[in-house]
Design a protein around this ligand. Structure first.
Ligand SMILES: [Zn+2]
Length: 108
């Protein structure tokens, strides 16, 4: 019955793989492959410190994030999201798979 739920299938990662210290590759259930860099993901952090919860406005200034930023740790939250600990110590962002997929396919 899950096979008929296309939207559900599209946001389910089949493989999550760290590439080096600062790269991440997600292979989705629909065979789409997304690649991310640590600084790019860090700048897109959706947590309440980085985005104003009420207005949705990004508070985090992209230029304050080093290009040298790396992924210190990575864990899966429930079955729906990833949580990163970055080399700058920030670790409050919960990146849902839907959000990650949207980041890689901005036109969708
Ligand atoms: Zn954040």
């Amino acid at each position: 019955m899950e096979a008929t739920d296309r939207r559900g299938t599209a946001i389910e990662p089949r493989e999550i793989k760290q590439e080096g210290d600062a790269g991440l590759r997600i292979t989705w259930a629909d065979d789409h492959v997304s690649r991310y860099s640590a600084p790019g993901l860090r700048r897109a952090c959706p947590c309440a410190q980085c985005v104003n919860e009420w207005t949705g406005q990004r508070v985090l200034k992209p230029e304050t994030i080093s290009q040298e930023l790396t992924i210190a740790d990575l864990s899966i939250v429930g079955r729906y999201a990833l949580n990163f600990r970055w080399s700058d110590g920030h670790e409050t962002g919960i990146y849902s798979f839907r959000y990650l997929r949207d980041l890689s396919d901005p036109k969708e």
